[in-house]
Design a protein around this ligand. Structure first.
Ligand SMILES: [Zn+2]
Length: 103
């Protein structure tokens, strides 16, 4: 099997869609890491030689919280994983209640 150059596998694209700023990076792909405060994408993604997707944060964030925040599971990176409908976990946002004036 030859991995098509410059084209992500369906699985890689699906995984990448869970992260912000998913984009091409040389012969691989990159995206913003959801764990640390990432101003420029430092999460690298690539197709594994035997299938599956390799994820790596260059700052050194562990894989578990990265997947957790993105709403992914370890099994989703494994060869043969079937893309599920993207379900990004919502971060707890302490949005301020907007007080509306009705009159
Ligand atoms: Zn990170």
């Amino acid at each position: 099997m030859s991995a098509g150059n410059g084209k992500p596998s369906q699985q890689l694209k699906w995984i990448g869609d869970h992260f912000d700023d998913f984009q091409k990076n040389g012969d691989g792909w990159k995206a913003c890491c959801p764990v640390h405060d990432d101003s420029s994408p430092s999460l690298s993604l690539k197709d594994g030689d035997n299938g599956g997707v390799l994820l790596h944060c260059h700052v050194g964030c562990p894989i578990d919280p990265i997947l957790d925040i993105a709403g992914l599971r370890m099994a989703d990176l494994m060869p043969g994983a079937k893309p599920r409908p993207a379900r990004r976990r919502r971060r707890k946002s302490n949005h301020k209640k907007q007080i509306r004036e009705f009159f």
